[in-house]
Design a protein around this ligand. Structure first.
Ligand code: ADP
Ligand code: AMP
Length: 219
C-alpha cells in the first residue's frame, strides 16, 4: 500500500506510522526525520533547511519535493508518507510524479485533533537522539525517566518543540498545510478520518480497522 498520513504537527503521525509499518511491512518516509538526518550529517540540504525548521516555518517546496520524490523512488514498494505533502504545491508535485511513474496513493489517513491538545503533546515530546524513538513525559513515558527503552540514551527535547516555536508551527499548519486536505477532497482521494485525541492504542485500533479494509480492496 501507498499511504499518506495527514494531520497537524504533534497529532501522533510518527507514533502511528511506526505501528503501521510494523503491521503492514511498508517503509516509513518522514520528511521531518529525513531533514533532521540531513542536519545531523551536515549536508548542504541540512544547512539550507536549518533556519526554517528552528523558527517553525516550512522549508521551501522545491527542496522538499526533490528530497521526498527521491526517497519514494529509493523505497520502491509500499510506503507511508509522514509530514509530506505540507502545501498544495507539494501535493500537486507528488501527484505529477506518481502519475509519471504510473502509480497512485491508495489512501489518506487524516488525524483530527484540537490545537489545545497538540500544544501539550509537542511541549511534552522527548526523543532519542540515537534511534529516533518518540516518547511523551506524561502520555507515553519511557520505562526509566528520560532514558530511551531501546538503547539507554538520555532523551532530548526538539528545539522546535519549545513553546514559542510550537505557536509558530501551528500558525504555519493552519495557513499552509490545512488546505492540503481540501486538495485531496477535490481530487477524489480516499480519505480515512481518525479522532487523534484518543489514547494511542485507540487511535491505532481505528487506523488498523481502516487499513485492514483498504488492504483487502487494493491487495
Ligand atoms: P507527529 O509525528 O504528528 O508530530 P508524534 O507521533 O511525534 O506526532 O506525537 C507527538 C507527541 O504526542 C509525542 O510525545 C507522542 O509520544 C505523543 N502522542 C502520540 N500519540 C498520542 C496519543 N494518542 N495520546 C497521547 N499522546 C500521544
Ligand atoms: P516534523 O518533524 O514533521 O514536525 O517537521 C519538522 C520541521 O521540518 C517542520 O516544522 C518544517 O520546518 C520542516 N518540514 C518537514 N516536512 C516538511 C514539508 N513537507 N515541507 C516543508 N517543511 C517541512
Amino acid at each position: 500500500m501507498k499511504l499518506i498520513l495527514l494531520g497537524p504537527p504533534g497529532a501522533g503521525k510518527g507514533t502511528q506510522c511506526k505501528r503501521i509499518v510494523d503491521r503492514y511491512g511498508m517503509t516509513h518516509l518522514s520528511s521531518g526525520d529525513i531533514l533532521r538526518g540531513e542536519r545531523a550529517a551536515g549536508s548542504d540540504l541540512g544547512h539550507r533547511a536549518q533556519a526554517y525548521m528552528d523558527s517553525g516555518a516550512l522549508v521551501p517546496d522545491d527542496l522538499i519535493i526533490e528530497m521526498m520524490i527521491g526517497a519514494m523512488k529509493k523505497a520502491g514498494g509500499g510506503y507511508v508518507l509522514d509530514g509530506f505533502p505540507r502545501t498544495v504545491v507539494q501535493g500537486e508535485a507528488l501527484d505529477a510524479a506518481l502519475s509519471r511513474a504510473g502509480e497512485r496513493i491508495d489512501g489518506i489517513v487524516n488525524l483530527v485533533i484540537d490545537d489545545g491538545i497538540i500544544v501539550q503533546r509537542m511541549t511534552g515530546r522527548r526523543s532519542c537522539p540515537k534511534c529516533g524513538a518518540v516518547y511523551h513525559i506524561e502520555n507515553l513515558k519511557p520505562k526509566v525517566d528520560n532514558i530511551c527503552d531501546t538503547d539507554g540514551e538520555p532523551l532530548v527535547q526538539r528545539k522546535d518543540d519549545q513553546p514559542e516555536v510550537v505557536a509558530n508551527r501551528l500558525k504555519t499548519y493552519h495557513e499552509q498545510t490545512a488546505p492540503v486536505l481540501g486538495y485531496y477532497e477535490r481530487t477524489g482521494q480516499k480519505i480515512m478520518t481518525i479522532d487523534a485525541a484518543q489514547a494511542p492504542e485507540e487511535v491505532t485500533a481505528a487506523v488498523f480497522a481502516e487499513l485492514d479494509a483498504l488492504s483487502d480492496q487494493v491487495g
